[in-house]
Design a protein around this ligand. Structure first.
Ligand SMILES: [Fe+2]
Length: 333
């Protein structure tokens, strides 16, 4: 079970809880933002009290950290607002302490929070994947066109992490004051955001204030967007980001999924042939609602298939789909 849809949510509305898992120091508090209850992978707002100390050690999970307020002493390095680090699983973090306290985002990507005291990396750790930066000072804002088609201009990004196998991304993004985008979006990936400062508005979910957060599973409509005074946020996607844009506020998750698969069928027909789609691949591909929805104006009518004919077909076996037969399963691997 993946993480559930959390939206709208604001961490200012819930209190901190004391972190009392073994290994962590005294004076660490957290607000759970989202969690995969099977693996324990989670995202948390974390507050360290003044004087907090923890021993060097590694986590069994991949971990991403962003400092939002205050300063941390990490080994012999003092880091503050905007510091970002990617710790691969098994990477020994140096001793961590804070003189005056700090507030961070902690994102455990592959398992529950853990800290095993150690000043050496786990022998299987992919040490080369470790990287750190000051996201505020050391990276310039770039256009949001890491994905194409892209968000409207005025939504800028700083790329912080890219997984070359899954294409998962971590990035800071900002919306400039008076940003607007009038279309609706959904993706084939889960999408996560934490508003570090400022406020933005999403048609379906309302205002996202400072401390506002979402974990949004794939294929859920979001947008139009607006931000009156601007905002800065941490964003993540768990696999390849593609912006499926449209203007149909009533489309369902199932229709959005079908349209995404229809696009695979149109673009990569030979790959589609090998895909399992509800245990039954339609010879004509699934329905793309943007091609079949009723429209005024008629300029596209000649391109529109007849929805009553285009997506019906004979199976030669009484007309039912093959649910429950010998090969009706999705391969998890
Ligand atoms: Fe999105």
């Amino acid at each position: 079970m993946a993480r559930p849809h959390i939206e709208p949510f604001c961490d200012r509305d819930v209190p901190f809880k004391k972190m009392n898992k073994k290994g962590f120091g005294n004076g660490m508090h957290f607000k759970m933002l989202s969690m995969d209850t099977d693996t324990g992978a989670c995202s948390m707002t974390v507050q360290f009290d003044a004087g907090y100390k923890q021993t060097p050690g590694f986590s069994w999970s991949e971990l991403e950290v962003l400092v939002m307020e205050g300063e941390l002493q990490l080994g012999d390095k003092k880091v503050g607002k905007g510091y970002y680090a990617f710790f691969p699983a098994g990477y020994a973090m140096p001793a961590l302490s804070t003189e005056k306290g700090a507030q961070c985002l902690f994102m455990y990507n592959t398992g529950e929070p853990s800290l095993v005291e150690s000043d050496t990396h786990h022998p299987l750790c992919r040490v080369d994947r470790f990287h750190q930066t000051n996201a505020y000072n050391d990276i310039p804002w770039a256009l949001g066109n890491i994905a194409n088609p892209a968000t409207a201009c005025g939504c800028m990004i700083k790329l912080l992490n890219h997984n070359d196998r899954t294409h998962a991304l971590t990035f800071l993004y900002c919306m400039t004051a008076n940003f607007t985008q009038d279309n609706i979006s959904y993706h084939d990936c889960a999408e996560e955001s934490y508003h570090i400062w400022g406020s933005s508005w999403i048609m379906q979910f309302g205002e996202v204030p400072t401390g506002g957060y979402f974990w949004r599973p794939p294929y859920i409509n979001h947008g139009a967007f607006a931000s009156e005074l601007g905002c800065i946020a941490l964003g993540r996607v768990d696999s390849k980001l593609f912006n499926h844009f449209h203007y149909n506020p009533w489309s369902t998750v199932e229709e959005n999924q079908l349209r995404a698969v229809a696009r695979v069928h149109q673009r990569d027909p030979h790959v589609y042939k090998w895909m399992v789609s509800n245990a039954h691949n339609h010879p004509h591909g699934p329905e793309d609602f943007e091609l079949t929805m009723p429209r005024h104006g008629g300029s596209l009518i000649s391109r529109e298939p007849n929805r009553n004919e285009a997506f019906s077909h004979r199976h030669g076996d009484g007309g039912h789909h093959h649910h429950g037969d010998g090969h009706a399963h999705d391969h998890e691997h």
